[in-house]
Write a protein that binds this ligand. Sequence first.
Ligand code: PXP
Length: 235
Amino acid sequence: MLLGVNIDHIATLRNARGEYNPSPIEGAKICMNAGANGITAHLREDRRHIKDDDIRELKKLGFRLNMEMAATDEMQKIALSLIPDACCIVPEKRQEITTEGGLDVASQQERMNKFVKPLVDKGILVSMFIDPDENQILASFKTGAQYIELHTGSYSRAFNTDKEEAEFQKLKSAAEFAQKLGLKVNAGHGLDYENVHRMHEIKGLEELNIGHSIISRSIFKGLENAVTEMINLIK
Ligand code: PXP
């Protein structure tokens, strides 16, 4: 399993001062030196953490870049000019603290098909960030996206409770269903140093995108150590 480190919260901390430190670009270099397989960054409509310059600088570094973005014309235009290695299409609400649920692809099939096609045509790997739900998986498949990323938020919140098994089984069967269609499957959201180990039970998961727990741990242990510890858990 590969690790994509989501570096948004390095930018959150930087923006708290409105100046230059800590630099998400330096952070990305440390993550990659520590053995991460790629960098994930979410350019939100409100630019609350990652800014346009960050995403451009990240692209220049030449690391495998996964740009998370909402399905808006503005983001499609940016992605088509930047050509990141991958785009993960996520839902976005202005008031939310973080991405709260999966994207509803099924109820906007036509719009999503039109949104995804130009990205795929440019050679970008497109991933739909969805809940573990067969309708959403089928709808994602129909867009032409090559990947889905399963939203692991419900599993993460249920971890160590009596709901854990049910939430975990939803992820497991969703991954199997998607793989039978020929989709590649990533996962992310809320994964941490305790709950991540069950991802090994899901066969064929390609990549985990993990941000908050790694950046949080880096405050006490250093970013390189935080990334290395996570790699040791998922490899
Ligand atoms: N994957 C996607 C699509 C996300 O939107 C996020 C959060 O930005 C993550 C992974 C990482 O989630 P977390 O920060 O909880 O690890």
